[in-house]
Design a protein around this ligand. Sequence first.
Ligand code: LLP
Length: 859
Amino acid sequence: MGAPWTVLKFGGDSVATYESWRTIARETAERATHGRVLVVCSALAGVTDLLLKAVTDARSGNAGDALARVERAHLGLASAAGLDPAAPALAPMRSQLEEAARLLEGVRLTGEAPPRLTARILAVGELASTRLGEAILAKLGVKARWLDARDLLESAPRPLDPDERRYLAASVPPTRAPERVDAAAGEDRVVLTQGFIARTPEGHTCLLGRGGSDTSAALLAALSGAEALEIWTDVPGLFTADPRQVPAARLIRNIGYREARELASLGAKVLHPPCLDPVARHGIPVSIRATPHPEMPGTRIEGESEAHPAVTAVTCRPGGTLLSISTVAMWDTPGFLSRFFAPFETLGVSVDLIGTSETAVSVTLDSVPGGIDGAVFRRLLAGLGELGEVQVIHPCAVVSIVGRRIRATLGEIAPALTAFQERPVHLISNSAEDLNLSFVVDEEEGTALVRRLHDLLFSARGDDPRLGPTWERLRGAPAPEAGTAWWELRRAELLAIAGDGRAHYVYDLATVRERARRLKGALPAIDRFYYSMKANPHPAILETVAAEGFGIECVSIQEVETARARLGAGAPLLFTPNFCAVDEYVRAAALGAELTVDGPHLAREAGALLEGREVAVRLDPGWGAGHNEKVRTGGAGSKFGHPIDEFDELATALAGAGARLVGLHAHLGSGILAPQAWLALAHVLAGIAARVGPSLRWIDLGGGLGVPERPGQPELDLDALQAGLATIARALPAIEWRLEPGRYLVADAGVLLAPVTQIRRKAQTVFVGVATGMNSLIRPALYGAWHPIVNLTRHPAPPDLFAQVVGPICESGDVLGRDRWIRAPSVGDVLLIGNAGAYGRAMASSYNLRPPAEETVLA
Ligand code: LLP
């Protein structure tokens, strides 16, 4: 037994250009270093259609034009590869094309093209493409043994199969017989063969049906006992929706065989659905890869080892017909359904979805022979009309939510079903396999529903490891809008700073100032702003925001001491710690900070401190919000705040300790982009205000104001926030309303500059290594956060490299940018990581004893 086989299948577009053949050669050679490779190729793009046209033309007596185009396609590719069309290496290809001409001449003379002959003519597409491929690979240094697929795959026709089926849409049983492939391959490590074609038991050529090359590859993978099947095509995998309808559709990185088959049959065109059976049966993993972009991750299909429920995609199949029949005759009548289905069988109409009740049956038909104006459909309606009243809806679309164990995901799906509001749904169906939940709707609603459902189901799944980048991003990052960000205007200064080869954080104080003014200007309903210094405690930033009239919100005694030392005695400080020792409260109070208490424990443990003191309470409204689970600070599971339902107990305990309650405080979480979050909170806290009484002076709605992370994400709507707050504040005119943002003021004001240290291709993946990693910026690893990355040295040259941007830390999570388009760098180029002013350096560490990036401030 030789080394294990890997089967690589290349489709028509993937074999049509010399550039693609270079990829084929590289990928093949790479795999041949540690195993054997069976390369399966389609005909050059368009050639099968041309051959079909040649057959039709020849029957009506026209010779040659389509065949001449077939020849030109092959000769054009040969010359692009630098091969002389007359070279001996191309003799086998030429003899295939000559064979086609000879057979077509036979068709022309007889005026007939029976299926057996048509199959032989169409097979020329694959036979010629692989003969040409053999010569191109040899030129590129890859020696491949050409095998005739008809010697490997034999069909198993059923006795009554018509010739169309026997020769043009044959089926081949998925057997495993590695010794046959080994014997045919001999000593060669690389074998090149055809998709689409096989032989009948009598030794004639037969075809596996349109799209059959995927199936050939899967059958050959099963036959050879391959360890993997790779299907190389022009798109990089399966997506969570059809990217032509939903550009924000995301690449599915991993999927089970059954789900993938479901997706393929519900309309994803990337895979020919029957091809999954042979590989699933033998447990062979399948990857889908893009020939134009071998560096892209692709989709991996394998056994559903983890059976946890998941929503994987949304699909839409238009052009269907819904047939319903209602009749009381169904009631308690055994065998009614068999009578209902009888005309379908007689007329050869196949049914797709079905729903039944005691008095009605509805079915959808994917296609009707002759269409719905044809005789077959008329006869079907007549047959059904004898059973009850028939209703037809056409055209309709089947919109499906695809995944595994869909019934167990209903809770997750529920909110998305609002997409169907005010759109009629004619039928809902979910089969025993539980791989989809399908809705039959009017056809014109299909696309809009898919978009809406996709948005509702997937937009919040930012860091789901099963999902990759969006289609838009895989196609290439949009060219950056030049000259709009501060760092573009100050590019030269930044490059000079990073000229020492080390990583640097750089902050632009003008941007901090601009953000502070924008916030104050947009939110006159807020009387006092505090800056949450945990986001970035750099002294220059503290001074900048203080000069803009912001107080400082602190969560540790160290923050209180730093702010006081830096800003002097007059600066308003608010202390809102969590699980902190009594001693810290005592010291913070001594430094003049206002205290926020988040539970009755302080009344018990620090009565002396509270006696006669003004305090605020931090409440948990019972829900949280934010960009990631880890930063949502409300709700029963979170460690923050006192439950709002138990406010009275806390108020009593504080009063008992002699404290005077002057403030209410709550913070929902971080990175919130929906103004409604604070409005709901303001509403709830305003409701508590009356219970506090006249001592209450202020209500603090916390921080959490988000900034857009990914391109295209909308900004936080400050106008809507202002409008809502103004209404609520009007009802409580004596109250001072407060906000304590951190991120909003500093995120965009900071960048991390990271010089490139190494560029490495490993298998297909390109890694760009930079001088620092998660020790400087942990947000991608911790939250799956996305930070824009550009090659500052080459900016604004458009991105041309798809890569993983990684740091030097010894953890595989040390990835600053996954699946990024950047301008290809050289070692020494400076990459700029944006949106890094908040929670960047503030959360840095010296992990691996690597010091994090140092900070520089631009005034
Ligand atoms: N107030 C309190 C009580 C807070 O806990 C926080 C943040 C803020 C205000 C300010 O939130 P901001 O406006 O910055 O969202 N490391 C995470 C963020 C954690 C936020 C913790 N508390 C990140 O990098 O996304």
